[in-house]
Write a protein that binds this ligand. Structure first.
Ligand SMILES: NC(=O)C1=CN([C@@H]2O[C@H](COP(=O)(O)OP(=O)(O)OC[C@H]3O[C@@H](n4cnc5c(N)ncnc54)[C@H](OP(=O)(O)O)[C@@H]3O)[C@@H](O)[C@H]2O)C=CC1
Ligand SMILES: O=C(O)C1=N[C@H](C(=O)O)C[C@H](O)C1
Length: 242
């Protein structure tokens, strides 16, 4: 049994993770929310999961480092500056960051990588996602993760290839672009499709989250896996040994 800390514990994911921790027979030790200081609390924990806000990342990494415990970060909407912080923290503690902790999406990313590597570069790649009306960032962390998988297989940088938010007189599709389209509405837990559009044929690889417990269970599995690991930067692919 491990002692868990949850940052963002009153949120949608925080609540689901508390349920998944109990389901797996662990102990939910401390919860941190907006305005709370994680530093003194994390001393009581073996591992911490963070599903809060990009603005909280620096403080959360510092608190995990001070407590000397692994941290799993599921927060999305991260920018370049946050990835620099993650790299720095991973020199001192085990850090797993991912836009999607579900086992299904982790496998999907693997399949996207294989498909993008196998298909000729004239197959256009588009990523489509839909989430609930309360989601605050776009494209989703998962959409970016899937785009990264495709970009890596093609040997390009996603920041160069990304084409997001088309509107108006866009001109013809840019050669080699990886396009992103975002839908928001209702209570959708998470829908992602990667479409490979060739000449007169199309392949679509998709994942549907029916409930956010899939993310919560994956987060607990990832956190369990981090216990006892050496300092370093880890992914869900490491957890599944893909
Ligand atoms: N990687 C994955 O598999 C998944 C990732 N996510 C991501 O997780 C994050 C949270 O999602 P969700 O639970 O739906 O969002 P919610 O808004 O429901 O929850 C966020 C929680 O974090 C708290 N919070 C906000 N700012 C801070 C801060 N500075 N310090 C500490 N706590 C803070 C909020 O408190 P308050 O309400 O007081 O502001 C709230 O309790 C998002 O980035 C989302 O995209 C979601 C699902 C799966
Ligand atoms: O905010 C959400 O809800 C989700 N966020 C993650 C993302 O941005 O991809 C993962 C999941 O799809 C749900």
């Amino acid at each position: 049994m491990a002692q868990f800390g949850i940052i963002g514990h009153k949120g949608r994911m925080g609540q689901a993770i508390a349920a998944a921790i109990e389901e797996k027979g662990h102990d939910f030790r401390v919860g941190v929310d907006m305005g709370g200081d994680p530093k003194p609390l994390l001393d009581q924990c073996d591992v911490v999961v963070d599903f809060s806000s990009p603005a909280a990342l620096k403080t959360n990494l510092e608190a995990a480092k001070a407590a000397g415990i692994p941290i799993l970060i599921g927060t999305t909407g991260l920018e370049e500056e946050h990835f620099v912080l993650l790299a720095e923290a991973s020199k001192a503690i085990p850090v797993l960051q991912t836009g999607n902790t579900s086992l299904g999406v982790t496998l999907l990313a693997h399949l996207v990588k294989e498909a993008a590597a196998a298909l000729d570069p004239d197959w256009d790649i588009e990523v489509l996602e839909m989430h609930h009306r309360m989601k605050v960032d776009a494209p989703s962390g998962t959409a970016k993760l899937l785009g990264e998988a495709a970009a890596e297989a093609r040997g390009v940088d996603l920041s160069d290839a990304m084409d997001s938010g088309r509107h108006g007189q866009t001109g013809a599709r840019r050669e080699g672009a990886i396009g992103f389209a975002t839908l928001r509405g209702g209570t959708v837990a998470g829908e992602h499709s990667v479409i490979f559009a060739g000449l007169e044929e199309r392949i679509t690889l998709s994942h549907s989250a029916e409930n956010r417990m899939i993310f919560a269970r994956g987060a607990v599995r990832g956190a369990e896996w981090l216990l006892g690991k050496a300092a370093g930067r880890y992914s869900m692919e490491d957890v599944l040994d893909l």
